[in-house]
Design a protein around this ligand. Structure first.
Ligand SMILES: Nc1nc2c(ncn2[C@@H]2O[C@H](COP(=O)(O)OP(=O)(O)OP(=O)(O)O)[C@@H](O)[C@H]2O)c(=O)[nH]1
Length: 486
């Protein structure tokens, strides 16, 4: 099943531990309850109301969440398991309603409290039978459908028809049903010897099928096993109690709640796991989209995005933005001599040297190309960028790459820097191309050095910046003047 949906998860060791503990509690509690099961108790309408509401809510939530699984995975098993819970969610309120004598006040309803036993049988026979059918549908290859809507209409439509028939038939007394429970609340022989054992048999069968076929291999199947164990114990206690409102009968109702809650718990746990998975996957995707895998630095896409944003900020604040481009010297020769794998090691080593020297959180080091790196330095002057580049150059040149066998290799790198106060978005490209030109002159100057942009570029850029600055003053003046006029 795992291969059909990554949404369905295997329980962890802790969950198995909790399940074993709960199973032992259910078995132990049931055995203990059997001792006093036949002792009569008081009829508590308050308990019945709370019990009926709880069963309805828990079963309805289970049905909705299991149906959501069916929608997501297309697996018919989940549609059928959802039907099982819907079955109980719809029958339980009527059965409990009849027990509390509430429904008899409606003139159309002719059923008596005794008839509630028939609804109990329909509920407790139908639930395990539908669960068994659902588990049998999940063979070694689960049936997966794309026609989710057609299956929904066919399966749930049929189910609603049957439930409608059972409820109307019982409440409106369409058929004369034999009395299963006497006025003294004692069970008839047919309930104790035929219908009761039939319910027990169906619950035992469902439990066996869930355990054998489900093998506790996902959270839903594991918790469903507990639900079926509780349902079996409930049936045994209910019948053994011999009468309504006896201690055994009350204990059976509590077990019925355990059975109802188990799958809700599993689906809740699964949803929590799903949230963790989604958050983790989002983080991985984000990392993959912004990070260079080999060096662990930002990738070119991330550099471009940050550069665009920082250019906008620098334009607004009229601050200097700098860029350092560096390229490992004679890296082709290094690769040819030592091999590609050692070449990769060298790239990682250079990346570490960059990370070690970049201290401001606003600076960004990125792998720009094969053996080329870039460092974006917002709010940094050309002189400061030069000093930093010089410092990194020395770090790379004087810290050797230590191999596994203790051998040491060293490399050098050439650096080009560029700085400007941006006046337009296109200055992002200008910054990179000037840093690239500086890098080119560093290579020409003999490598292992840092170069600044040419004097001619500085001159033309100073001219441009003067114009932009006077233009800004001019525009600011106009704004102030127009403000005065108003
Ligand atoms: N190991 C490794 N090598 C790479 C990677 N990306 C690019 N290279 C190599 O880097 C080398 C770059 O060589 P060139 O562009 O000729 O530059 P160079 O040999 O460094 O020479 P100069 O830049 O002039 O000093 C090529 O041999 C590429 O195969 C990588 O991810 N891993």
């Amino acid at each position: 099943m795992q291969k059909y949906s990554q949404l369905i998860t295997r329980p962890g060791k802790m969950q198995y531990g909790i399940l074993i503990l709960l199973a032992v509690t259910v078995l132990g509690g049931s055995a203990w309850a059997l001792i006093k099961a036949q002792q009569p108790g008081a009829q508590s309408i308050g308990f019945l109301g709370a019990y009926g509401t709880a069963v309805f809510i828990l079963e309805a939530i289970s049905a909705i969440l299991l149906y959501a699984h069916f929608r997501r995975t297309g697996m018919l098993t989940f549609a059928i398991l959802s039907m099982a819970y819907l079955w109980v969610a719809l029958l339980a309120p009527f059965q409990v309603g009849l027990l509390t004598d509430n429904l008899e006040t409606f003139s159309l309803i002719t059923a008596s409290t005794g008839d509630a036993a028939w609804l109990w049988i329909a509920w407790h026979l139908g639930f395990p039978i539908i669960i068994t059918a659902g588990m049998l549908v999940d063979g070694s290859y689960p049936i997966v459908t794309r026609k989710v809507w057609r299956w929904t209409i066919a399966l749930f439509g049929l189910e609603l028809l049957i439930i409608g028939g059972i409820i109307s038939g019982t409440l409106l007394s369409w058929v004369e049903l034999p009395t299963l429970i006497s006025e003294s609340r004692a069970y008839s022989d047919s309930l104790s010897l035929i219908y009761g054992p039939a319910v027990m048999f169906c619950c035992a069968l469902a439990l066996t099928v869930v355990v054998v076929k489900g093998k506790f291999e996902n959270e839903i199947y594991a918790w469903l096993s507990l639900a079926m164990l509780a349902a079996l114990c409930e049936a045994i206690l209910s019948i053994y109690a011999g009468a309504r409102f006896s201690y055994g009968w009350y204990a059976a109702r509590v077990l019925s709640l355990v059975s109802s809650a188990a799958v809700v718990v599993s689906l809740l746990i699964e949803n929590i796991h799903l949230q963790y998975k989604v958050v983790k996957q989002n983080q991985t995707l984000k990392r993959m989209a912004t990070m260079d895998e080999l060096s662990g630095l930002a990738n070119r896409r991330e550099l471009d995005e940050r550069l665009k944003a920082e250019i906008k900020r620098a334009m607004r604040d009229r601050t200097t933005i700098s860029m350092i481009l560096l390229d490992i010297d004679k890296f082709k020769q290094f690769n040819d001599t030592h091999g590609h794998l050692i070449g990769d090691l060298c790239l990682k080593h250079v990346a570490k040297c960059l990370q070690r020297n970049i201290l401001r959180h606003t600076d960004l080091a990125a792998r720009y190309g094969g053996e080329e790196f870039a460092i974006l330095l917002p709010n940094t002057s050309e002189n400061d960028a030069f000093d930093l580049a010089e410092h990194i150059r020395k770090t790379i040149a004087y810290s050797p790459i230590v191999m596994e066998d203790g051998k040491m290799l060293s490399v050098t790198a050439s650096f080009g820097i560029a700085s400007l106060v941006p006046s337009q978005a296109e200055d992002a490209t200008e910054l990179l191309s000037i840093a690239d030109a500086s890098l080119y002159s560093a290579k020409k100057a003999g490598r292992n050095c840092v170069q600044r942009p040419s004097q001619s570029w500085h001159a033309s850029r100073d001219e441009l910046e003067k114009k932009v600055s006077s233009n800004t003053h001019y525009l600011r003046g106009r704004t102030v003047q127009s403000g005065h006029k108003r």
